[in-house]
Design a protein around this ligand. Structure first.
Ligand SMILES: Cc1cc2nc3c(=O)[nH]c(=O)nc-3n(C[C@H](O)[C@H](O)[C@H](O)COP(=O)(O)O)c2cc1C
Length: 137
């Protein structure tokens, strides 16, 4: 089992409909290749964890990192894992991270929330916290 955790920045002109389309297609494709994971989004950041067989995850991430719908893709963690953290989701999603300020505050160091500077473990905890919410779209 393999896991990749990354942070990225949405393309400036990306619409919510386009993000919903990414999620809908991802759910079908991830289900087909037994990939699970979780995606958090806002106008400023994407944070995503994907987990599954190593080749599937590496191939998928290769597509994701070259996807023009986001940029500045930075891997926080990549490597083998014993079990899935997000086994219940083909792709769980919270698209409006900003609406959950209490969670964001827990992971804010200094003035503003910046997931690029989070420790990998913290960032996974953040995704876990969001995964306990009901999907918000
Ligand atoms: C933030 C973000 C997350 C994505 N997550 C996934 C994912 O979990 N699974 C997936 O198949 N594609 C995901 N994609 C889309 C891929 O980059 C790529 O467009 C897709 O796999 C290509 O397949 P398609 O042509 O069938 O849509 C994501 C894209 C972005 C921008």
């Amino acid at each position: 089992m393999h896991r990749i955790l990354y942070v990225s920045t949405p393309a400036p002109n990306l619409t919510i409909t386009e993000v919903e389309d990414i999620v809908a297609r991802s759910r079908v494709k991830n289900h087909d290749c037994k990939v699970t994971g979780f995606l958090c989004g806002s106008s400023r950041f994407f944070i995503q964890c994907i987990e599954g067989e190593q080749t599937d995850i590496e191939n998928l991430f290769d597509m994701i990192k070259h996807d023009g719908r986001h940029h500045n893709v930075q891997v926080l963690h990549q490597g083998p894992c014993d079990s899935r953290m997000f086994s219940n989701w083909d792709m769980g999603v919270v698209l409006y991270m900003d609406r959950h300020q209490k969670i964001i505050d827990r992971y804010t160091v200094g003035q503003s929330f910046n997931p690029y500077t989070l420790e990998p473990e913290q960032c996974l905890n953040l995704l876990m916290d969001f995964s306990k919410l009901k999907n918000d779209f």
